[in-house]
Write a protein that binds this ligand. Structure first.
Ligand SMILES: C[S@@+](CC[C@H](N)C(=O)[O-])C[C@H]1O[C@@H](n2cnc3c(N)ncnc32)[C@H](O)[C@@H]1O
Length: 161
């Protein structure tokens, strides 16, 4: 199971997703970091140390155990990924998360807070999964989605959860 974070905008969401990824046993997270959330400050050693400290605090230490792998050429990465590519999408036509059979080498992709996933990317993806809303709120926070999808995906692969 691998995850790809597409252009997260907010560090609290990114931290929360790294924390959940590690909690669920992933040892790497792929990120397309076009908003440069992972870029270390250049101005001083102190600023870099502070950022490293905050990353540990915000992820509850998870950052120590996860490789954050930055993807530069997204199209090449997605096209060459050996397993299935699964997008989490706000699309009522997508497959209901609870009914989707995940596989251990799937790459699950999470979109940007404001814009989701671009069409250039969704055309490269084989499966879309969706968490249907029961209330009126149009969508979930991406980090909340991440936790729900990770739990369901691992449950679907390994029935022990
Ligand atoms: C806030 S949503 C993006 C909203 C954006 N306006 C759109 O239409 O895609 C951010 C990300 O959270 C995930 N997400 C949020 N709610 C979801 C849901 N109900 N089902 C599946 N994914 C969801 C998706 O990965 C989405 O790209």
């Amino acid at each position: 199971m691998n995850v790809l974070l597409y252009a997260p905008q907010y560090r609290p969401n990114l931290s929360s997703m790294i924390r959940s990824a590690e909690f669920y046993g992933l040892n790497k997270v792929y990120i397309y970091d076009s908003n440069q959330l992972m870029l270390p400050p250049t101005q001083s050693k102190k600023a870099r140390a502070e950022m490293a400290h905050m990353a540990r605090v915000w992820t509850a230490g998870a950052i120590e155990f996860v490789d954050i792998i930055k993807i530069e050429d997204l199209t090449a990465f997605i096209s060459n990924y050996p397993g299935r590519k699964i997008a989490t999408l706000l699309d009522k036509e997508a497959e209901h998360l609870n009914n989707f059979d995940f596989e251990s080498d799937d790459l699950i992709i999470f979109g940007n807070e404001k814009d989701g996933l671009p069409e250039t990317l969704t055309t490269l993806i084989e499966h879309n999964v969706y968490i249907p809303a029961l209330g009126q709120t149009p969508c979930l926070n991406v980090a909340v989605t991440f936790g729900i999808v990770m739990h369901q995906a691992l449950k679907s692969i390994d029935k022990k959860l």
